[in-house]
Design a protein around this ligand. Sequence first.
Ligand SMILES: Cc1cc2nc3c(=O)[nH]c(=O)nc-3n(C[C@H](O)[C@H](O)[C@H](O)COP(=O)(O)OP(=O)(O)OC[C@H]3O[C@@H](n4cnc5c(N)ncnc54)[C@H](O)[C@@H]3O)c2cc1C
Length: 413
Amino acid sequence: MTQGCYDVVIVGGGLGGAALGRALAGEGIRTLIVERESAFRDRVRGEGMMPWGVVEARALGIDRLLCEGGAHEVHGWTRYAGSAQGQCRDLVATTPGHTVCLDFYHPAMQRTLLDAAEDAGATVIRGAEFVGVERGSAPVAQLRTRSGEQRVSARLVVGADGRRSTVRRSAGFTVNQDAGRLVIAGVLLEGVDASEDSVHHFVSPSSGQAALLFPIGGQRFRAYFVTGIVQRRQPISGSRHVGEFIDACVDTGVPRDWYERVSAIGPLAAYPGADCWVDHPYHDGVVLIGDAAAASDPSWGCGLSLTLRDVRVLRDGLLGTDDWSAAAHAYAGQHDQYYGALHRVEDWLTQLIYERGPVADARRARILPCFAKEPDRAPDFPGLGPETPSDEAARRRFFVEDYDSPQCGSGAV
Ligand SMILES: Cc1cc2nc3c(=O)[nH]c(=O)nc-3n(C[C@H](O)[C@H](O)[C@H](O)COP(=O)(O)OP(=O)(O)OC[C@H]3O[C@@H](n4cnc5c(N)ncnc54)[C@H](O)[C@@H]3O)c2cc1C
């Protein structure tokens, strides 16, 4: 027996589900959000949203809301080549949207947005689990709640349930998975002695490692260490390995004295650095957004922004027509395009920074001096995201195949 009827059932009250639920409920669409957790905890997820994602947040009207919920505006992005003096980019002055990077404590962001969805009129069931879906023109979501099993029918079921999506599996989508090349470890640190008005991004191509520090306010930084699985067979994970994590970041170039008074205030966890995605994430009344549609390699920090792009594109489609199947198909087609572009460029960057061996060394020796002379050869991920050129001409330019000699600037072919 079906026990409820909504226009939309959204599974997952993370960034994607809560932002979409708020946007649709605010337009009078009967929206149910089902979230497994009763209270959010630190899952070691993204906390640094790139400027192109902040443009999406603005378009959804949630940028101010996020700031009121404790998000921290960061104006600079400082890149360090190993331990060399960093170069700080002024994000507001140099990004197309003239935007900051927005950093936040992930559980606080989830709480803020889910409460806002409820305030906008969505029904939110916390502590309930989606267990299955019957696809079709009137799909039915099966839920396990505190009061027992429930069946809820809708015009559309949205899978916003993250990288291990149950909706995706239950609806029979085929999942594509890149081979794991990288591993990313992250932990929340308090007391880091570094500027809180910049993201700090250390890259050491000679050792195939990177370290990132995203300030989230109150001298708290979400810290990540990224390396190839070839270099480090045993990922750094578990609270007793915080010292090892810090040593690895110092080895990548972060000054040791930044950590003098530091303490870990959350779990230390490691994840595979690989993409996992679905082509055309809509069929038969079930649409996927956020990590459920495409979990992009966390090493490149685009997941939050990509999730908000999904929300904005799907929202616009659903509000623009009564034919929701056509709107969801159109979203899925666009998703293939913009996610595909990100995926291509991430792959080039992974080859350049993290691959090991003589061929990779020769590639770096050819390309990196050219990037130094002509910085616009390097993709502008923070500013442009998927709009970073990623066609064949851009690929040739990235890999410096548009010159007839290895010397950068010796004459275009
Ligand atoms: C280590 C790491 C570092 C990252 N760093 C960055 C970064 O710096 N910048 C960036 O932009 N991105 C980063 N990301 C990616 C970013 O965290 C994700 O892209 C983003 O959180 C995706 O949001 P979402 O709403 O799609 O999914 P999620 O945040 O995973 O939310 C899914 C929600 O669904 C709920 N749920 C799951 N299953 C069920 C079920 N069966 N029933 C009911 N509810 C369910 C979960 O409890 C959760 O609340 C990182 C990811 C990782 C792993």
